[in-house]
Design a protein around this ligand. Structure first.
Ligand SMILES: Cc1ncc(COP(=O)(O)O)c(C=O)c1O
Length: 448
């Protein structure tokens, strides 16, 4: 019986035929010349390694037992070890024992108790912005995620038809440049660090903000400026606020060290609270990496606060709705664990008090190291002035050491720090401070 075309198609011999045909086309497609990638070096040039992560890798490779890591932007105890805050350990135990804990998604905006506690922490519980419901906040992927969410929001909604510029301090946390340029906002810097005084170039900063185009976005470090450790005084903050108001600039606060800088949460939040009191519309990127030691857990918060007005609540509601869409498309919803830890502590009086004590332990040890380093350098009469070591605040100190001296310190003494002369004070302890001070002394004398 003749086979119909249909049955032919399904016969074993025809299956064999189609199989060998497709095999053949597979082989020939391997042999045919084709572009091996759509991402050649013109399209995707090799990017330089992240300077800080490169430094960490170099430190790990160094086998000298005397090596000192002053690059790391994380707290270390007096034995140069990471420190899990005792209050975080307690909160962790409570969480583990909670029979109702599960791994469900958080809401898009994050954990509600964490968010409301974060608002109170940064603004103060009696802030007018809270009472007047002029704030909306979302939990973010730590401070970086908060800066990013704010940058993205501004790029889409802040005077989008005009040529906007973002102003960063010179120098600033290098990631600021990348985060804002990734959302299409171009940036410029305002003078900040004075090489002469190793303090704030206040006139330079004010002059630059005065000359910036009206309505520019100005990124401000709320406290413990990274990388310099130089903060404006309260009087200087008032002047900065005045210029920002006159020029209708938009202030954007980055706060990654509240409580970690001075040990006093209100003091470290002073600048932000002052701006809010003055009625500014602003954004805040808040990180819990340093002050809770929750680096890898990525707990943070983004806040938008509008100025007092009769339609403030409606502004906040519209902004919140758009932020929710941005958050949904970027991360869907934030990670739960770190926020749960922080939330437990922030919402419990006793745990909160213990946290404040832990903050004083960290900031106190750093302040002690600043004093010890300064006095050792002054005792040895190391050329130069060293008063800035104790005048700067927070995790970092801009030592004023030159790139040549930094490299010499690495080669001769196995001391690792960034090329700009920034040291993480947390890397110093009673076991290595003497060694480090002597190494600095000989690097300074050896390069004169
Ligand atoms: C100024 C500043 N902003 C933001 C961050 C964000 O850190 P994280 O994303 O770890 O919270 C840091 C961390 O070093 C910082 O120094």
């Amino acid at each position: 019986m003749p086979l119909s075309p249909k049955s032919l198609k399904n016969s074993p011999s025809s299956n064999l035929q189609t199989h060998s045909q497709s095999r053949l086309s597979q082989v020939s497609s391997h042999l045919a010349p084709m572009a091996s990638t759509s991402f050649n070096a013109d399209a995707v040039p090799q990017a330089p390694e992240d300077a800080l992560f490169g430094l960490m890798a170099a430190f790990r490779r160094d086998e000298d037992p005397k090596k000192v890591d002053l690059g790391i932007g994380a707290y270390r105890d007096n034995n140069a070890k990471p420190w899990v805050l005792p209050v975080v350990k307690r909160a962790d135990e409570i969480l583990r024992k909670d029979p109702n804990l599960n791994h469900e998604y958080l809401p898009i905006a994050g954990l509600p108790d964490f968010i409301s506690a974060s608002q109170k922490l940064i603004l103060g519980a009696d802030s007018p912005a809270l009472k007047e419901k002029r704030i909306t906040s979302l939990q973010t992927i730590s401070g970086t995620g908060a800066v990013h969410l704010g940058a993205l929001f501004l790029s889409k909604f802040y005077n989008p038809t005009t040529e906007r510029k973002v102003y960063f301090s010179d120098p600033t946390w290098p990631n600021h440049f990348q985060i804002f340029s990734n959302v299409g906002l171009s940036s410029q810097t305002y003078p900040y660090f004075s090489k002469q005084t190793k303090g704030l170039d206040f006139e330079g900063m004010i002059g630059s903000l005065q000359n910036a185009a009206e309505g520019s976005i100005v990124v401000l470090h709320a406290c413990a400026h990274n990388p310099t450790g130089v903060d404006p005084t309260q009087e200087q903050w008032k002047e900065i606020a005045k210029v920002i108001r006159e020029k209708k600039h938009f202030p954007f606060f980055d706060t990654a060290y509240q409580g970690f800088a001075s040990g006093d949460l209100a003091k470290d939040g002073w600048a932000i609270r002052y701006f809010i009191e003055q009625g500014f519309e602003t954004c805040i990127a808040q990180s819990y990496a340093k002050n809770f030691g929750l680096y890898g857990e990525r707990a943070g918060c983004f806040h938008f606060i509008t100025s007092p007005s009769s339609d403030a609540e409606s502004t906040v509601s519209r902004v919140a709705s758009q932020l929710a869409i941005l958050q949904r498309s970027e991360i869907s919803n934030p990670p739960a664990y770190g926020a749960r830890i922080a939330s437990l502590v922030l919402n419990d009086k006793e745990l909160f008090a213990e946290w404040e004590a832990n903050l004083r332990t960290m900031s106190g040890r750093i302040i002690d190291m600043r004093k010890a380093l300064r006095s050792k350098l002054e005792e040895m009469d190391t050329p130069g002035k060293w008063n800035h070591i104790t005048e700067q605040i927070g995790m970092f100190s801009f030592t004023g050491l030159t790139e040549e001296q930094v490299l010499k310190l690495r080669e001769d003494s196995h001391v690792y720090m960034t090329k700009n002369g920034r040291i993480s004070m947390a890397g110093l302890n009673t076991n290595n401070i003497e060694y480090f001070a002597k190494a600095v002394d000989s690097a300074v004398r050896g390069t004169q």
